[in-house]
Design a protein around this ligand. Structure first.
Ligand code: NAD
Ligand code: IPM
Ligand code: MN
Length: 366
């Protein structure tokens, strides 16, 4: 029997709660579709600071290196917010793990089932058939990683902080290729989002994207939009987009907006992919919900596990080629949710269930 070897990094807050459910779903899928799981847990984020003194221990990196993929929860929370910024889980674990494995392409599918439109803050008339878009976010460049990045005290005693937004042609081209591949697979178009009326990086982004598409995919319809307008258009008429393609920070912000118009951040999965292949010849990837550790609901057993389950499905598809199992899990989530089993974030008037019950409903539909 085929064995899927992956690292399990639940992280903090709701991470462990939703991860447990996702693993149950994967086990069940393995029984149905004929694969075994060989996974190893490792600490990352705040829990790693508590247990090992650092947010991304070498031992965790080794577990990841010995795996074909990483299933990730989320990191961070109030407990670690008083640490120096560079030592906090987000900057000391999440960004480094993305960089360590060159995971430059973040794929976030924005899917709202037509039966779930009541969970979206958008009026039903605007999204009569739900939403089906995908955000391709550059993940290892831009203002998140550019140098210098520092806080200094000026001569007059006041403090000054600097972040630097940097992009080079090769970084833009490789993510443009991901946008092209995604659009081809969906038979769709690409809207590239930037701030080319102000930012040098965006002027370069727009030029490189335009030239790259003209040369490599002239058949794909490409448009450009400023990010402020894109934020507005997403709330006005999300389905005018097909592939929403953008740089790191804009993608972070727009994908949260995409999450809520698709019902909840708790439904939004993601895949972070790079150039590396695993030993099976599939892309090595990190799979994580787009949302965070949700400190406001952590520990209560009420978090929506669907984003984690759907991230696990993306892992099956991209890093293990288990397309049938992935599709079956996605269909099971859809059936459970549209059948009326919903956690509080998407319940809106319906009775809500807890994390475990939501997971059980997905299992029952698998
Ligand atoms: P968040 O995404 O954790 O929460 C925002 C809102 O969405 C909250 O009301 C939360 O309850 C809700 N939410 C998110 N996921 C949910 C789920 N699965 N089910 C139900 N509701 C859900 O964002 P935040 O509050 O800004 O950040 C909290 C912490 O998480 C911070 O430390 C932040 O840095 C971190 N964070 C980590 C990641 C990651 O590890 N990938 C991503 C985003 C935020
Ligand atoms: C995300 C998160 C992270 C990001 C944070 C926690 C560093 O918001 O994955 O969307 O900004 O990339
Ligand atoms: Mn985010």
């Amino acid at each position: 029997m085929k064995t899927l070897k992956f690292a399990v990094l639940p992280g903090d807050g709701i991470g462990p709660e939703v991860m447990e459910v996702a693993l149950d779903v994967l086990k069940n899928a393995g029984e149905k579709f004929g694969f075994a799981l060989d996974y190893e847990h490792a600490d990352i984020g705040g829990i790693a600071i508590d247990n090992h003194g650092v947010a991304f221990p070498d031992s965790t990196k080794t577990v990841c290196e010995n795996s074909e993929a990483i299933l990730f929860g989320s990191v961070g929370g109030p407990k670690w917010e008083s640490l120096p910024p560079k030592e906090q889980p987000e900057r000391a674990a999440l960004l480094p793990i993305r960089k360590a494995f060159s995971l430059y392409a973040n794929v976030r599918p924005g899917l709202l089932y037509p039966q779930l439109t009541d969970a979206s803050p958008l009026k039903k008339e605007r999204i009569p058939n739900g939403i089906d878009i995908v955000c391709i976010r550059e993940l290892t460049g831009g203002i998140y990683f550019g140098q210098p990045k520092s806080t200094t005290t000026l001569e007059n005693g006041e403090e000054q902080a600097i972040d630097t937004m940097v992009y080079k042609t090769s970084e833009i081209e490789r993510i443009a290729q991901v946008a092209i591949d995604t659009a081809k697979a969906r038979g769709g178009s690409v809207c590239s989002v930037d701030k080319a009326n102000v930012l040098e990086t965006s002027v370069l982004w727009r030029k490189v994207v335009t030239e790259y598409f003209a040369k490599h995919a002239p058949e794909i319809k490409l448009s450009h939009m400023y990010v402020d307008n894109a934020a507005m258009q997403l709330a006005r008429d999300p389905n005018q987009f097909d592939v929403l393609f953008t740089e790191n920070m804009f993608g972070d912000i727009l994908s949260d907006e995409m999450g809520v118009i698709c019902g909840s951040l708790g439904m939004l999965a993601s895949a972070s992919l790079g150039a590396e292949q695993n030993s099976l010849g599939f892309p090595f990837g990190l799979y994580e919900p787009s949302g965070g550790t949700a400190p406001d609901i952590a520990g209560q057993g009420i978090a929506n596990p669907c984003a984690q389950i759907l991230s696990a499905a993306l892992m099956l598809r991209y890093s293990f080629g288990e397309n049938e199992a992935a599709a079956a899990i996605e269909a099971a989530v859809e059936k459970a949710v549209t059948g009326g089993i919903r956690t509080g974030d998407i319940a809106f008037g319906l009775e809500s269930v807890g994390t475990k019950e939501m997971g059980a409903a997905v299992l029952a539909n698998l």
